[in-house]
Ligand binder design. Sequence first.
Ligand SMILES: [Zn+2]
Length: 318
Amino acid sequence: MSRPADGPLAVGVDLGGTKIDARLLDTTGRVFAHTRAATPRTGGDAVIDRIVDAVATVTEGLDRDALAGIGVGAAGVIDPADGNVVDATDAIPGWKGVRLATALSQRTGLPVRVVNDVHAHALGEFAAAGLPGDASLLLIAVGTGIGGAFVRDGGVMAGAHGAAGHFGHIASPHAAGLACSCGGLGHAEASGSGPAILEAFQRLGGMAPDTYAVARSAEQGDERALTAVELSARTVGSLVGSLVNSFDPTHVVVGGGVPHIAGWWQAFEAAARHEALPLLRSFTVSPSSSEAAACIGAASLILGSVRTSSTNRSTPHD
Ligand SMILES: [Zn+2]
């Protein structure tokens, strides 16, 4: 491949529990090559091998000096200072403790930076929206779980452990008495997530194989399905309204699969504005802009158009 742009290029990698997405990008977010692969279920070394393969695929034939490095948004709690996986669920077996940035840098000879995948997503949304430097963005993603991130001054708030943004594990009155995936009780995820919609439907006596089926029933006007979907929407709405009261962001972005369920968004937005303080009630809220957002945010760690503002900021591994 000849050099496709004048400026520097980076590979942005979005590493989730089911898929690895890699894109070759420039500082404007333009994508020159893209590949996607399934996340191996056989341990950390296999995941690293697959990322190395994906990077090789999207940079094939590229002049080495055109490539500034690799940015990764990875599942799990990531220490942005050293790119180590501090904690992880068993979604990727053997993932906790993997020294991801160091391993990728050794294998590729390139600078590597790693942050949490939701943090990368938020950085990408900020960049994709072309927001001014004094803007701030709250991202909340609603799918199998509920997570998010807060971006201000061009950087994502990582927290002392790299774990900031576990918004699904905030207590919610809508989830009172319900068990959460974290082992806690009454957290927003227990009544707001995709699996929570299926569970609410089943508590009401409904029968469905999965959340998709409940969503289809809601679309057809099934009362129990509509109630289950509305519980999720009101839970996430009141959660977002509370977070708006906490962070006072200029922009709120909502991602994940659940907001696509028919009727969910209207109930969500009404609950969010109701929960927000009167002064803040007119906040801007929009759906996630692009499936490439996490790759754009990851690449921006290298390209510098958006930089993490962690107190543990480090130079790339090189
Ligand atoms: Zn929880």
